[in-house]
Write a protein that binds this ligand. Sequence first.
Ligand code: CIZ
Length: 305
Amino acid sequence: MNVYDMQQKILQLKKEKDVCILAHSYVAREISEIADFTGDSYGLSVQAAKVPNQTVLMCGVRFMAETCKILSPEKRVLLSNPLAGGPMAEQMDKDMISQVKEMYPDYLVMAYVNTTAELKTIADVCVTSSSAVQIAKAVESDKILFIPDCNLGAFVAKQVPEKTFKLLQGGCPIHAAVKPEAVKQMKALHPEALVLVHPECVPAVTEQADYVGSTTGIMAYAKKSDAKEFIIGTEISIAEHLQYDCPDKMFYPLTKHLICPNMKSTTLVDVYRNLTGEFGEEIQLDDETIRLARRCIDNMIRLGG
Ligand code: CIZ
């Protein structure tokens, strides 16, 4: 079956089975084309809660499907590929952070959304890469333990110098591997291009950027900008989607190594097989985990996330 025929079959099945398909912006184009919604993890989980469909299929990674389940416990939430974990989300667990909390009892625990549901149960507030600065300023505490991404944490700490941050050695290995020299090389090759990077990159990379922001922030910035060329420092799919969306502009991935194997582990065939019930995983979270994890997401929403 060719890609177009497979997409038509998926669209037909999704209608018959009343499934809402969510595609994170890091997944491949042919999946985003058949999705009901595309975007970042938080935006997708909010959409999932609003739609009338009782089943939602998250084409992304596990923490994203868990976030959907936390916000829509009554719905059937499917993860497109059971193997699509997330190295960052799995780096720190509840036991480890409970011990760190004992060492710093007066620190508020701020968890990036890229964490497991279990870890969210002991966090005080959740943040996304686009809301982290605003929320760090808004929380009452002036001492913040930021988990798990030390690069995002360092970026936030720099914007909020009036507060004290504790960072742990965690983060996204794909973004963290981008070298500052790569920015210099790409700028030399494309001197007119603006550099847009994700705050999961190391400070020596973000410091050279014209704009630092979330996936949604980078896409919105590039679409609105009058500039014609952009170097994109996040997962390679973002440069690809932007190239489709803005054919009058040029998008260059900052490096060709910015490929997330977990985000890319869902194929169009997987999506089809989720709809036929042959593949995928229904997310199961107990009521207590949902209740406690929901508290830190609600705090994020209350503080302007
Ligand atoms: O939360 C998300 O969707 C991720 C992984 C990144 C972002 O910047 O949107």
